[in-house]
Design a protein. Structure first.
Length: 118
C-alpha cells in the first residue's frame, strides 16, 4: 500500500474502516497501523469511541503458510486497556466472537472464491 510523506511520518497507513459492533452499533475507527507484506502481517488500532468501551486497542493479524498441506495458519490477537472488571468478558468476546467469527468468515470467503474460479 503506497504511503504519502505525512503517513510515513506518523508511522501509519492511510486506511480506516467502518465496523459494526455488538448489537449492530456502527463506529468508524479502525486505522491500519502497519502492513508488512514480507511477514504477511498487519496491525490496526481503534481510534475514537468504540462499542467495546476499550481504551488503547491494537490488534495484529498474521498469516503463515502450512507447507505440508498448502494451507495457511491465521493468528489474530489484540492488546487493549479496559476496566479490570470487564477484562475477562472482553477477552472471551474478542477471542470467541470477533476473532473466531472473523477467521471463519475469511475461510468461507476464500473457499467460496476457490469454487468460483475453479
Amino acid at each position: 500500500m503506497p504511503l504519502d510523506q505525512a503517513d510515513r511520518s506518523r508511522g501509519r497507513h492511510a486506511a480506516t474502516g467502518r465496523r459494526v459492533g455488538q448489537n449492530g452499533q456502527r463506529f468508524t475507527g479502525a486505522a491500519l497501523v502497519a502492513l508488512d507484506e514480507h511477514s504477511t502481517k498487519l496491525m490496526y488500532e481503534f481510534v475514537g469511541a468504540n462499542p467495546f468501551n476499550v481504551r488503547r486497542y491494537v490488534a495484529t493479524v498474521r498469516v503463515s503458510p502450512v507447507t505440508d498441506t498448502g494451507g495457511s495458519f491465521v493468528e489474530w490477537w489484540a492488546e487493549f486497556d479496559a476496566d479490570a472488571d470487564a477484562e475477562a468478558d472482553l477477552v472471551a468476546l474478542f477471542s470467541n466472537g470477533v476473532f473466531a467469527d472473523g477467521i471463519a468468515g475469511l475461510r468461507s470467503h476464500l473457499e467460496f472464491g476457490d469454487r468460483q474460479s475453479g
